[in-house]
Write a protein that binds this ligand. Sequence first.
Ligand SMILES: *Cc1c(COP(=O)(O)O)cnc(C)c1O
Length: 358
Amino acid sequence: MSNIKIELTQTPRQKPDLNSQLPFGKYFTDHMFIMDYTDGKGWYNPRIVPYAPLSLSPATVCLHYAQESFEGLKAYKTKDNKLQLFRINENFSRLNKSNKRICIPELDSELCIDAVKKLVEIDKDWMPTAVGTSLYIRPFIIATDELIGVQPSKNYIFMIILSPVGSYYPNGIEPIKIYVEEKYSRTAPGGTGATKVGGNYASSLLAQKEAAEKGCIQVLWLDGAEHKYIDEVGAMNVFFLIGDTIITPELNDAILPGITRKSAIELIRSFGVKVEERKLTIEEVAKAAENGELKEMFGTGTAAAVSPVGKLFYKNREIIINDNKIGNLTKRLYDELTGIQNGDLPDKFNWIFPIEGN
Ligand SMILES: *Cc1c(COP(=O)(O)O)cnc(C)c1O
């Protein structure tokens, strides 16, 4: 199908204990995918090679001005040892949207999907075995012009690396405590919030650090213009069960369009529960909590799938949600979503991309 060259390693790396509780994003597999781009020539030389460090000039433009985009998804192993991907087509269409926003040339999604499948197939021995574990897949693009100048690069490399990761919830799902951020902004109207570009995450670190000093694991981001409307929670999309309705902020140019978010909306609707995508203020949530109408709150993203929120720290007060326990709807969503991803439940929405040859 595609002309990906393959060079297998002669010196396989030492694997961590794949049955242990692997930390997120610390170990990498034996191979990586790489492809080059030069203006006028387009993308060329797609290849899978032994995992190795890159050699870059200190003047490489991405190191200075963050012209970089990325994606994050997982390969899952089913009970009968088949490997599968979840909605990977969405990841590469989103990557191309991110690229467009920061002037990176478009990639061929079909080639990218093929590259992921081949790479996972080659490094399948790195797949951890326990329930809830996976191979995390990180595609990314960096601008590689040797130039200290703020302008779109003429050269890029696109890469894919794989990392075996443990279960996000080795001790069972525990609700998290979140700090409502009223000082810092993650992004702004007209900014890059709706894209997965490296610069967004550097700018979120200080808020996260200060929230941690207050005993919170993440921050609830409010809109960058007024700090009034809810955007996201950490690097997850956010949902509230208020009365009988699930409410999630409607997408705009500040909110990352999560694939887990999109899937959660479809799943919850399939439960017969009403879902509204609309603007939602932090005041509306605080009032709903006061009136006893705020029943559940959770974040969604590839890393955790679904993450219940048990406490909100807002204006020096603590709002406790559902007694700081995971709610019934949150639990059902978690079970059904991860069930489809792991192949324990039927793929009724056609979300699964099997990896052939398994
Ligand atoms: C990646 C990401 C998400 C979640 O997206 P998924 O496709 O569900 O993994 C949400 N918010 C931010 C800021 C992200 O970077």
